[in-house]
Design a protein around this ligand. Structure first.
Ligand SMILES: [Zn+2]
Length: 411
């Protein structure tokens, strides 16, 4: 079976994760999907399969080299999809030999996947694309990753002449709500290193994420009848606006790119008496993130000088860290992936992730875990699509990496 055929099957599982459900998995459909995957793993030949009550699925492809000793490599993908884009009743369609024009996804609703808005399409002219009818996501994020990992496994069992060491496979729930790593048992999984298969183009290898913190700013005001307020009122709403205006405007998400960090006001509520501002602080460089925290605190103390002590209170919490520092000591993970991509005719690229990944959490839990591509694009959108041949290339990439690790000693 080819990877895209698996992906089409998986679109039937409506696995949207639910951020306000604190259970794991956050939706029962994920557990149903987990059990179906375990069955499929069994039919492929994968051993030691387990599904725990939280929906984590793991399995092993045993080494096919006598007395093999080396680094055990793992491949991971997540089972959930985002819920804030329609994710049910997915209707897939194959565009054969894409000709470089705009793709009509939905005739009735006049929805297009246009070349001018989607640079990624350019590299797929002549290839076959898997799309939706433009009313839902495809769920290639990350079911394409699952499909590719299981297709890799199937190929390895069908071709025992491909020599490999022990390979671990893991499928996780609730990645889209940031909880995929929470209950992942790194020890039980038993890999020395792993890759998540959760990116876009087949040529990408991601190993840098943001360092992240949040700042909760509480402003206490003094309310009084506005008619007699002169010299007495302290309007928390106005002070909040003043606070926000003192942050650098060019360091907002909408004005930053690549390695530029930001201050992101993502929530505010208030009345004259009390106003709360909530910010996300992000930077790939940990020192620069610290500078951002200092800036926030300095603005607060300036306003406190102006309006009185404890008018503005700031609470800062770290959320996650850049995984690069965990990956760099194991640089062979990146080099091996680069070599494999080159051997398959690609030009490896590494762009900094402007967010966090489950892999970055896992890297700090002792499982260094960069991210590979899936051959799919426009994740979290109704124009999400996968390139069928790029998915095949991703399968080949996983096989090549497994082959290379059969020879790599533990470092
Ligand atoms: Zn994903």
């Amino acid at each position: 079976m080819r990877a895209y055929e698996r992906l089409i099957n998986y679109t039937k599982y409506e696995t949207g994760s639910v951020s306000d459900n604190s259970n794991c998995p956050s939706s029962m459909e994920q557990l149903t999907f987990a059990k179906a995957l375990a069955e499929e793993m069994k039919s492929v030949g994968i051993q030691n399969i387990s599904v725990d009550k939280n929906g984590y699925v793991i399995g092993t492809i045993e080494a096919n080299i006598d007395d093999w000793k080396g680094a055990v490599i793992g491949f991971l993908a997540h089972m959930d999809v985002v819920r804030d884009v329609p994710f049910t009743n997915i209707k897939t369609k194959i565009i054969e030999k894409y000709d470089g024009t705009d793709i009509l996804l939905n005739d009735d609703k006049n929805i297009f996947l246009s070349l001018k808005d989607n640079d990624s399409l350019k590299s797929y002219i002549g290839s076959d694309l898997l799309v939706t009818d433009g009313t839902s996501l495809l769920g290639a994020d990350d079911k394409a990753g699952i499909a590719e990992i299981l297709t890799m496994a199937e190929k390895l069992y069908q071709h025992p002449e491909i020599k490999h060491g022990t390979i671990k496979i893991g499928f996780t729930p609730d990645e889209e709500i940031g909880r995929g790593a929470d209950l992942f048992d790194v020890k039980l999984f038993g890999a020395d290193y792993a890759y998540t298969v959760d990116g876009e183009t087949f040529e990408e290898v991601e190993y840098e994420t943001f360092n992240a913190a949040s700042a909760n700013v509480t402003i206490s005001g003094v309310n009084i009848h506005p008619g007699t307020a002169k010299g007495k009122m302290k309007n928390a709403l106005c002070i909040a606006m003043e606070f926000n205006a003192m942050l650098p405007k060019n360091e907002r998400p909408e004005n930053t790119d690549h390695y530029e960090g930001f201050y992101h006001l993502d929530q505010m509520d208030g009345i004259v008496e009390k106003t709360n501002l909530h910010y996300l602080l992000r930077d790939h460089d940990l020192n620069k993130l610290e500078e951002k925290k200092t800036t926030v605190k300095e603005i607060a103390s300036n306003l406190n000088e102006k309006y009185g002590e404890n008018t503005v209170r700031v609470e800062i919490k770290d959320s996650y860290y850049n995984m690069a520092e965990q990956i760099k000591p194991h640089w062979h993970l990146i080099e091996t992936a680069y070599e494999a991509i080159k051997e398959l005719g690609g030009n490896p690229i590494s762009n900094p992730v402007r967010g966090g990944t489950d892999g970055s959490r896992l890297s700090f839990m002792g499982l260094p875990c960069p991210n590979l591509g899936t051959g799919s694009h426009n994740h979290h959108g109704k124009t999400e699509y996968a390139c069928i041949q790029a998915m095949d290339q991703c399968v080949e990439l996983l096989i090549k990496i497994a082959e290379k690790y059969s020879k790599n000693a533990l470092t």
